[in-house]
Design a protein around this ligand. Structure first.
Ligand code: PGA
Length: 266
């Protein structure tokens, strides 16, 4: 029986194509979770849908908020509330439509939107100020992995969290199920590729991340992400240093996602 809290978070990215499909996946997942009520005791389930689907799921399902936590896939770096930032969604806007957390620093944001440490720091600041939990994503590229630079890269990416230790990181949040900061270790080469590091590598890397976080005086759960599916989830769930998973593709299939959840409950 699991005793430490676990987190299984789905990142829907730019999927699915329609509102109806988003609502169907969400409803099926909600039904699954409510038919298995023990789930909530040990494992927090979250979904980060596309921004355009978030209000649909958030406002039409307010009573569901403790069953499935909703989050944004990103947050505006430049304002907490409102302003002239075309295309951006602010932390306050996210809270208003029912979001409880935001992904920040996902490798696809770093890669396609050039997000650097300075921008990510502003995003984290706004999210935490708005009382959103932050799932801060870090990970090395394939070239960095092959060059044996994983730890160096992760240590550098984690360093920006230090400034949040005093004011935010170790406080309790409005809800007691999501802490203010969670870290998701997602090797870039494992995202959407079907490749993963070995279980031993993941456990060792999480141990390293945990050591770095304690030097920064941050105490945060550490999730693994990158090609997690219903076949390999149990292996990750069995690792002592893995507090949960961030799941892309497999989170869009309720059968797979519910099996991943089971792995973290049993
Ligand atoms: P994946 O994506 O599970 O499809 O590899 C994970 C992620 O990008 O968070």
């Amino acid at each position: 029986m699991t005793t430490t809290p676990k987190y299984v978070i789905g990142n829907w990215k730019t999927n699915p194509k329609t509102q109806d499909q988003a609502q169907t996946i969400f409803n099926d997942l909600f039904d699954y979770l409510t038919q298995n009520p023990n789930n909530q005791a040990t494992c927090t389930i979250g979904i980060a849908p596309s921004f355009v689907h978030l209000p649909l799921l958030g406002l039409k399902n307010p009573q569901n908020s403790d069953v499935i936590f909703l989050g944004g896939q990103d947050v505006c770096a430049y304002t907490l509330d409102t302003g002239a930032y075309t295309g951006d969604i602010s932390a306050s806007q996210l809270v208003d439509v029912g979001a409880k957390f935001a992904l920040i620093g996902h490798s696809e944001r770093r890669q396609y939107h050039g997000e650097n440490d300075e921008i990510l720091t502003q995003k984290i600041h706004h999210a935490l100020t708005a009382n959103l939990s932050v799932i801060f994503c870090i990970g090395e590229t394939k070239a960095e992995y092959q060059a044996g630079q994983t730890r160096q890269v992760l240590e550098k990416q984690l360093a920006i969290l230090e400034q949040f230790a005093k004011d935010f990181a170790n406080q309790s949040t409005q809800n007691n199920q999501l802490p203010p900061i969670l870290v998701a270790y997602e090797p870039v080469w494992a995202i959407g590729t079907g490749m993963t590091p070995s279980a031993q590598e993941v456990d060792d890397t999480h141990n390293f991340i945990s050591e770095v976080l304690s030097t920064l005086e941050i105490f945060a759960p550490i999730l693994y992400g990158g090609s997690v599916n219903d076949k390999n989830a149990q292996e990750f769930a069995d690792l002592p240093m893995v507090d949960g998973v961030l799941v892309g593709g497999a989170s869009l299939k309720v059968d797979s996602f519910s099996q991943i959840i089971r792995a973290f409950i049993d």
